[in-house]
Design a protein around this ligand. Sequence first.
Ligand code: NZQ
Ligand code: ZN
Length: 382
Amino acid sequence: MENFIAYNPTSLHFGKNVLNNLGTTVALFGKKVLLVYGKGSIKKSGLYEKVMFQLNEVGAKVFEYSGIKSNPIIDDVNAAAEIGRKNNVDVVLAVGGGSVIDSAKIISIALHVKNDAWDFFEYKIKPEKASPLIAVLTLAATGTEMNPYAVVQNPKTGQKPGYGGPLMYPKHSFLDPQNTFSVPKDYTAFGIVDLIAHSLEAYFGKGDATLSDKFVFATIKEALEFGPLLMEDLNNYDLRAKIMYAATAALNGLNSYGRVSGDWGVHGIGHSLSVLYDTPHGASLSIAYPAWLKLQKDRIPERIEKLGFELFNSESVDDTIYKLEYFFKLIGSPTRLSDIGINIETEKELIYENMKINKVNGANQKLTGPDFLTLIDLMDAE
Ligand code: NZQ
Ligand code: ZN
C-alpha cells in the first residue's frame, strides 16, 4: 500500500430539504454573492426561486452569471470572474451539475488574479487564494461536489484539461436528491456511467490497496443494482438518493487511498470526444471504457478478471467486458461512436490529432500513438 494523506474539508449536507440551511450557511461567508448557474434547468424546476428565497432571507446581495454550458468553456469562467471582481463578491454559489460547479471552482480562484483563467490550466500562475465556494448539486455524476478538481474546455485550442488543488474544495455542498428528479433519462444514465467510470479509474490506478478495491466494488455494485431501477422510476427519492451518494463517494478520495493515483486514461479519451463533438461526459465514457478494456485485456488480464468476478461473477475477461458494456446499453448510454453519429471514416484523423493535442494518457497504463488508433477502431467495432 502506498503512503497517503486523507484530506477532505467539504461539509456535505445530504438529504431532504437540506436547502433550508443554505441562506444561513452562505451568510457565514459574507453578503455579496456571485450566483453561477447553467442554461435554465434551475428556473424550470423551481430551484432558482428556492435559492433566491434563502438568499433574500439573510439579506444577501446577489450578482448572477448564468449560461454555463454543459462541457463548460473558459470564456464563461472569465466573464463570470469579471463580474465577481467588479462587485467585490465575498462568496461564490454554484447551483447546477458538474459543469457549473467546475466553472465556479475556477472562478473562485480567478477572482483573485487579473490573468486569463486559462493561465491556471497552463501552470503559468498558481492560485494563492480562493473565495469560499458553496455548491448546490442538481445532477448526480461527477463527484465535483466533494473534490478539488475542475475540468474546463478551451474551444480555441481544442483542449479539455483537468485542474485541481487544495483551495478548490467547496466549503459546503448541498445535495437534496429531490433536486435531481428533473434530470432527464439520458443524463441520469450518463451520471450512472460516470460514477462507475470514476470507480474504475481508481481501480486501475497504480498501487496495491485492497480495501480501496473493495470500496470500488461496493460503489459500482450500488450502481449496477439501483441504476436500472432508477431508470424506470425517475422520481423515486430513495433511488435518486442511493445514486447521488454513490456518485459523491466514487470520487471523493475513498476509492483511491493507498494508491499512487487513479489511471484516468479513459477520461482523457472521453474528453477528446467531448471537446470535438460536445458529447456529454458520461456518454463519452460508456463508449471509451469498453474499448480501453479491450485494448488492455492482454496487458492486465488478472486485474480485469478480478473485477469481473467481483461485479458479475464472470470467469473471463471477455465476459467481464461484455457484461459492463451490456449494462451501459441497458441503461441507455451509447457504447459505439456510431451511436452518437460519429463516422470514423471521416473523423478518425481528427480524433487522433485531438488525442495528441490533449496528450491523452493513463497515469498507470501508458498509451502510445498506435494505441490511439486501436482505441478509435475499437470504439467503432461491431
Ligand atoms: O445547464 P442546465 O440548464 O442547468 O442543464 C444541465 C445540462 O444541460 C442539465 N441539468 C443539470 N441538472 C439538472 C439538469 N436538467 C434538469 N434537471 C436538473 N436537476 O444537465 C445537463 C448536463 O449538466 P452538466 O453539469 O454538464 O453534467 P455533469 O454533472 O455530468 O457535468 C459534466 C462536466 O463535469 C466534468 C465533465 O468533464 C463535464 O465537463 N467532470 C468533472 C469532474 C470533477 N470536477 O471531478 C470529474 C468528471 O470526470 C468530469 O470530467
Ligand atoms: Zn468522469
